[in-house]
Design a protein around this ligand. Sequence first.
Ligand SMILES: Cc1cc2nc3c(=O)[nH]c(=O)nc-3n(C[C@H](O)[C@H](O)[C@H](O)COP(=O)(O)OP(=O)(O)OC[C@H]3O[C@@H](n4cnc5c(N)ncnc54)[C@H](O)[C@@H]3O)c2cc1C
Length: 305
Amino acid sequence: MVALNWRRWIGANTAPAAEQVGGTGARILAVSGEAFGQPRYATDAAAAEAICRAANATVVVAPGTSRPMRILGGVSHRLGGQIDTHVANLQPGPTVTRWYYRQRIEALLDRSHRPWFLAVDSGAFPAYSEPPAAASVESISVELSPRTAVLGKKAPKTGQQTIPPDAKVLFVAGAGWTKKQKDGTVRVRQAAELIIGFVNEAQASLGSSKSLVDLSGAGQDVLPFLSHLNQVGQTGSTPRHPKGLATCCHGEEPHVVGWRFITERRAVNLDANCGWARGKADVLYVADAFEVMMKVNEMLTASRH
Ligand SMILES: Cc1cc2nc3c(=O)[nH]c(=O)nc-3n(C[C@H](O)[C@H](O)[C@H](O)COP(=O)(O)OP(=O)(O)OC[C@H]3O[C@@H](n4cnc5c(N)ncnc54)[C@H](O)[C@@H]3O)c2cc1C
């Protein structure tokens, strides 16, 4: 079995990162050099293919994050393999667990075809955290054909990378942030500052309820950094994070089904009878989210200085 891991096995300099997993005693093959530091289809695919060939890989396990996902299908094809994505668990065999029909059906899969490529969903397993140890790395050389030069990055207009899958906390904003508050005012700009302030300070992933992201389509005053990509729930995403905090979100079933893989759930809502209070959250703070998040952000900023 080959585990492909970017920054460890493929990158400009893979040696220090390989040491982080030196304690596993696994055989480590790496492709390194300046050209492999850039996330680019041609070089990433060539490196992954070379590693799989050198190892005579029969089963290839890789993280299902954006960089590997761009190339895994292509690499599998080059090697005559078959691929399954969104793997949620792996057992010896290997047998793979995968969800279907928006997490309503869980299937166990195996395949006789080899090589078999498996892209594992982020957060499905805890990160390896043993101390670093000396690692002997087998360096694989790769012939590169003329390739695209990466000149720089252009971020999307929203500017913020708000959905890091490996974040420890999911912060969900609901439509309440845009509603008239107890002093009779609507405070969308303040809401935006509080939300982005927390997301940046806590390195959190930003989720949203459907009602909040739908407001932009209805032409209302909205939070500029939210899109339907942030929507969590039945018709949105089902992210995986150790903790989640819902704010100004009612906690209705079609939204909360998207929290299936959030381990510890907390919510802030003015309404003591909201959905979170009915067994959907571990802790509900019945409070004004504007006041709570202002205080939380102050404490986070203070702890940094
Ligand atoms: C087929 C179907 C699929 C759906 N799919 C999804 C989905 O994928 N994802 C999803 O999210 N929804 C989905 N919905 C919609 C879902 O049922 C809810 O309508 C939606 O989640 C409600 O969004 P909300 O909680 O943000 O807004 P609201 O219901 O308007 O709740 C706002 C909350 O904010 C609170 N609030 C207001 N001000 C404050 C304050 N200052 N401090 C604290 N709390 C405050 C209020 O008490 C209220 O509880 C779906 C519905 C259907 C029928």
